[in-house]
Design a protein around this ligand. Structure first.
Ligand code: PBG
Length: 327
């Protein structure tokens, strides 16, 4: 055949394939989400997330050490309080679980970058992400509580805060509150494009945060919408977001690319609990090659435009990069 272009020429050897790779993957881009809980000596496996644990403050250092050894240097903390109430007081309590976990992290593993999830759903008795007025989540007063939460995290040692509640105006509320409290240099990574997704199921088991009634569709995004996601990301940047996130990752990579094209801040993609659970289950059944699937998922998130990837598989991905499987 008389072909001038033969794509296979550049696919012949591993050296060449790696030379012409368009997407580079680095462990520096990974964030590991971790669950912290009350009690002592707790290392409790989440049933729907094999090998993922809830850590109490005294066992958390083991996890920090594992992460550090694997070359993962950023953590996102989720708190599971002992008690919940109508207004999620535990989220902004000075001695709240996340606030104390931050101190442990700062003391035991100061090299790890500390990010906190800012939301009320783990702390409210009704499991919604804000406070209620009757049966609806009351937007504006909720923003005040989220701002309070963000400031208390920053005061306890958070390097960055990440609001995941999906209330309108919360990025602006949090930015103003942080600036006023003297944390003008604390960045905000906003969960800007967060869908009302069934992929969060295992997380809600892990964090005990399933809503007691109704669902989150009145504040999280409809999965059919694309332009709204771009609008949300742009709005959050206007309100002061330093990084915008798309969540979940795998089924929403179109949004990662669209948001990447629309904004001029870094884009994060969060591969959520349901993605992890599906891969783990299929791998346990022997139906898929876990390492290769995880590598593909990571590479495709970066290919789509993410420069940050949040994943429960952070350690494995760091290993895959080190071994040259991806990267
Ligand atoms: C809190 C929050 C959730 C997740 C991150 N932050 C749950 C939810 O919105 O219901 C999901 C993370 C995951 O599934 O891994 N609002």
């Amino acid at each position: 055949m008389d072909l001038l272009q033969r794509s296979r020429r550049l696919r012949g050897t591993e050296t060449l394939r790696r030379m012409v790779r368009e997407t580079r993957v680095s462990a520096a881009s990974l964030i590991y989400p971790a669950f912290v809980c009350e009690g002592t000596g707790v290392k409790e496996e989440v049933p729907s997330m094999p090998r993922q644990f809830r850590w109490s403050l005294d066992t958390l250092p083991h996890k920090l050490e594992e992460l550090s050894n694997a070359g993962v240097n950023a953590i996102m903390l989720f708190g599971i309080p002992a008690e919940k109430d109508e207004v999620g007081s535990g989220a902004y309590a000075e001695d709240g679980i996340v606030q104390r976990a931050l101190e442990v992290c700062k003391r035991e593993a100061p090299q790890i970058y500390r990010i906190t999830d800012v939301c009320l759903c783990e702390y409210t008795s009704h499991g919604h992400c804000g406070m209620l007025a009757g049966d609806t989540v009351d937007n504006d007063p909720s923003v005040d509580l989220l701002a309070l939460t963000a400031v208390s995290h920053a005061a306890a040692g958070a390097d960055m805060v990440a609001p995941s509640d999906m209330m309108d105006g919360r990025v602006l509320g949090i930015r103003n509150a942080l600036d006023f409290a003297g944390f003008a240099h604390t960045p905000i990574m906003s969960y800007s494009v967060k869908y009302a997704s069934a992929f969060y199921g295992p997380f809600r088991e892990a964090a005990d945060s399933a809503p007691a009634f109704g669902d989150r569709r009145s504040y999280q995004m409809d999965v059919h919408n694309r332009r709204e996601g771009v609008k949300k990301a742009l709005q959050d940047v206007e309100q002061g977001a330093d990084i915008v996130m798309v969540k979940p990752a795998m089924s929403f990579l179109d949004l990662v690319r669209e948001v990447y094209d629309a904004v001029n801040v870094p884009v994060a993609a969060y591969s959520v609990s349901g993605e992890y659970a599906m891969v783990k289950a299929a791998a346990a059944a022997g139906w898929i090659d876990e390492r290769r699937i995880v590598g593909e998922m990571a590479a495709s998130a970066f290919r789509a435009g993410a420069s940050i990837y949040l994943t429960y598989y952070a350690e494995l991905i760091a290993k895959l990069i080190e071994e040259g499987e991806i990267g």
